[in-house]
Design a binder for this molecule. Structure first.
Ligand code: FES
Ligand code: FES
Length: 391
């Protein structure tokens, strides 16, 4: 047993909880909040969705002992929420429920969508709701109901929720075309790269449903030195674990490949990117896309970076924002903790290699490949440490 403090539907709770008891069982059995349903208990169906610190999460794979201090909202906690009330009406009118088993999870996810994406179109809603399964297959009515409420919210400010995607306009690269405002009308599908690894044309269309990752690290070198290094794609790519240039870069574009292995999943992404840089502000963008030549997953990404001089000019903070979309077999890995842990570890490895390269040291051989086994193991250890409160 471990003492845990939580806030559940606005009520402070202090309880001794078994480490193995997941959040869904806790709210159902200890708090008698049975509106949270359990379907697969594997994080797949979305029936158990609740809000953790305001963001939708699967309570069957979340553990109260790892959530000390968190605020949990179940469907009961949204009884008086006006957006949820409007969604309930729309679900009823549009026949968005039959047996109702999926409905609590659907409503919580739908509320998050209409708050974040006023005016979201049917395709966007389908994509956002892809992780919530309805065993009665009443998707048409569900999508119609959510779209109707999203349309009513056109003109409202988008509300950000922690740990989720943000509306596409925030990710429009300086290289990209202007984005059209959201509309309930069907928007055209963005162009995706051709399956051929030889395809090098980079799409500049805005990403429609990006996942956001923000990273920052400090390098022990002055900003001018780091900036000069960043303008040499061959050297930058050499610092990225598992990546290499497949052709010489002209400084404005590059062709590269990156090998990633995580547990049973392997990917060999090969693709192209366009580079842009502004020396006046020491900022730059990289728009890229690639195809997994092993498993047919496809990725499009927009990366922006900024260098800030710190410590009296002797060190540089590198800020990196990445927005990406992944399609295909690896898409299930593209959101949530796994993606953030993976990005964090790649960034730390990149930062160490960059610092070594700037100091003139040769990169250690193992740093040139993404060590999948140790990465997965250290991620697992990190989760276990968080779960049991050890570091
Ligand atoms: S019961 Fe949690 S995702 Fe299915
Ligand atoms: S309405 Fe029955 S599972 Fe969705």
């Amino acid at each position: 047993m471990k003492p845990v403090r939580l806030e559940v539907n606005g009520r402070p709770i202090a309880a001794d909880i078994e480490p193995r008891q997941h959040l869904a069982d806790f709210v159902r059995e200890e708090m008698l909040l049975t509106g949270t349903h359990l379907g697969c208990e594997h994080g797949v169906c979305g029936a158990c969705t609740v809000l953790i610190d305001g963001a939708p999460a699967r309570s069957c794979i979340a553990f109260p002992v790892a959530l000390d201090g968190a605020s949990i909202t179940t469907i009961e906690g949204l009884a008086d929420d006006p957006v949820t009330a409007r969604l309930r009406e729309a679900f009823s009118v549009e026949h968005g429920l039959q047996c109702g088993f999926c409905t609590p999870g659907m409503l919580i996810m739908a509320r998050d969508i209409v708050l974040r994406r006023p005016g979201a179109c049917a395709d966007d809603i389908r994509h956002e709701l892809a992780g919530n399964l309805c065993r009665c297959t009443g998707y048409v009515g569900i999508i119609r109901a959510v779209q109707q409420v999203a349309a009513e919210r056109i003109g409202e400010a988008a509300v950000m929720t922690r740990g989720t995607t943000v509306p596409a306009p925030a990710y429009v690269s300086p290289l990209a075309l202007p984005i059209a405002p959201s509309s309930v009308a069907k928007a055209p599908e963005p162009a995706w790269p051709a399956a051929s690894p030889q395809e090098t044309a980079v799409s500049l269309e805005p990403l429609r449903n990006p996942v956001e990752l923000v990273e920052q690290f400090r390098v022990p070198a002055d900003a001018a030195t780091v900036w000069a290094f960043f303008q040499q794609p061959d050297k930058v790519i050499a610092c990225l674990p598992g990546a290499r240039l497949v052709a010489p870069s002209d400084g404005r574009s590059l062709e590269a490949e990156m090998l990633v292995k995580l547990g049973p999943m392997q990917a060999a992404f090969r693709g192209a990117a366009l580079l842009a840089a502004d020396p006046a502000t020491r900022t730059g963008t990289i728009n890229g896309q690639g195809v997994d030549t092993k498993g047919a997953s496809r990725v499009r990404a927009m990366l922006t970076y900024r260098l800030d001089a710190v410590e009296g000019g002797t060190a540089t903070d590198v800020h990196v924002d990445v927005a990406y979309e992944l399609k295909g077999p690896l898409a299930q890995m593209s959101r949530g903790t796994i993606a953030r842990d993976l990005a964090g570890r790649i960034t730390r490895s990149f930062a160490e290699n960059l610092a070594a390269a700037l100091s003139g040291a040769a990169l250690p051989e193992q740093a040139r490949s993404l060590d999948a086994g140790s990465l997965a193991w250290s991620m697992l250890k990190g989760w276990m440490a968080r779960l049991f409160g050890r570091r």
